[in-house]
Design a binder for this molecule. Structure first.
Ligand SMILES: [Zn+2]
Ligand SMILES: [Zn+2]
Length: 148
């Protein structure tokens, strides 16, 4: 998870990450990655759309948004998380913690990256290769615990 701090610095950061992936920073890619950096936690398609609308006073159509997100996921700049509400959420990857577990609140549905946590290393049979490990910890967030 990344914190929303200085917007100008993060625009540079979004562009730096796209260029480091060896790619042309198109406006849509930058706006999407920038939004993920701004929001700092896993968010859904509609939350990204709303953010772009507010930040740039522009609307992004769904196809462009989906393509941009696919591109960012393919280039390991963003990861895609599912929780049991079946909503896809997206979060910018911190290159220092590319894979990490997630916390999912069973009451409010909030999903949080846990970049400091270690992922379990499963023992695989010979000649099998890991592409991705997805760990979701289901629980109750502090806010929802206070509602008890
Ligand atoms: Zn909650
Ligand atoms: Zn994450």
């Amino acid at each position: 998870m990344e914190r929303a701090t200085d917007n100008a610095a993060q625009t540079v950061e979004a562009e730096r990450r796209v260029r480091a992936a060896g790619q042309r920073p198109t406006r849509a890619r930058l706006q999407i990655l920038q939004s993920l950096l701004d929001l700092g936690q896993p968010v859904s398609h509609s939350e990204i759309q709303e953010h772009i609308q507010v930040r740039w006073a522009e609307s992004i159509d769904r196809v462009t948004l989906y393509r941009g997100l696919d591109w960012l996921v393919q280039h390991h700049l963003t990861h895609r998380i599912t929780a049991d509400d079946r909503v896809w959420r997206f979060s910018a990857i911190n290159p220092e913690h590319p894979s990490h577990p997630h916390f999912h609140c069973l009451r409010c549905g909030q999903v949080l990256c846990l970049p400091e946590s270690q992922l379990p290393a499963p023992k695989l049979p010979a000649e099998y290769r890991v592409e991705e490990i997805e760990v979701v910890v289901n629980g109750v967030c502090p806010h929802c615990q206070r509602q008890d």
